[in-house]
Design a protein around this ligand. Sequence first.
Ligand SMILES: NC(=O)c1ccc[n+]([C@@H]2O[C@H](COP(=O)([O-])OP(=O)(O)OC[C@H]3O[C@@H](n4cnc5c(N)ncnc54)[C@H](OP(=O)(O)O)[C@@H]3O)[C@@H](O)[C@H]2O)c1
Length: 211
Amino acid sequence: MSVDGKIAPADRQGRKFFRFMTPRHRRLLHRIRSGVDAVVVGVETIIADDPSLTVRDAKGPNPIRVVLDSKARTPLDSKLLNGQAPTIVAVTRDAPRRRIMKLRKKAKVLVQKRHGRVDPTELLRELKTLGIQKVLVEGGGEIRWSFFKANLVDDFFVWVAPYVWGGREAPTLVDGTGFINETEAVPLRLVRSRVVDNLLILSFSVKRSHV
Ligand SMILES: NC(=O)c1ccc[n+]([C@@H]2O[C@H](COP(=O)([O-])OP(=O)(O)OC[C@H]3O[C@@H](n4cnc5c(N)ncnc54)[C@H](OP(=O)(O)O)[C@@H]3O)[C@@H](O)[C@H]2O)c1
């Protein structure tokens, strides 16, 4: 994110942020990816950035790519469906059957028996039955909020780039509806801080005692 907490400019083209990443940053990110079983993103990130979410700048296996996509809106030509790594699209009853059938040609589709958005707790349960234990939630802000809200976060890594982007409409690190009461705010413990090529890297763990 930028110093003012934005994860993309106001036009939501998050790829513009990646241009500030040096080879060391990319290696680090890809090493983190290669150490998890699955990488999770929201469908708006797929639509805005079309990331491939594979491991290219480090050694190690590709994680399984998981999209939270209630209505099965993942574009069929997105890099996520290019077969370079396994992909799971999690949808709900709101997804049109025809879209599900098209997605099934390119990915595994998990259909939750509910309307509305994908339930992250149920999703993690389903992923566990597939042998997926360690999950990296890469974004965007709506998805991060859902995982925090459901108390599913153990560790939180924040990369702060030395820029101010501003923009009321720009997505932020954690969006969603937000907590209203101070008792609900998620308490964190700073575990490590370091600077890598002008980027501040903060590692937090979530304090469990508040639950
Ligand atoms: N710098 C970074 O770290 C970074 C990383 C990723 C993305 N980004 C940027 O972030 C922006 C996209 O983020 P975003 O916050 O708008 O969207 P997002 O988190 O990528 O996706 C949100 C969408 O996911 C679907 N969804 C399904 N189940 C959900 C659930 N339980 N909770 C929340 N969403 C759920 C919803 O669409 P349906 O209702 O249709 O299912 C929702 O609109 C883009 O601008 C991208 O460039 C930046």
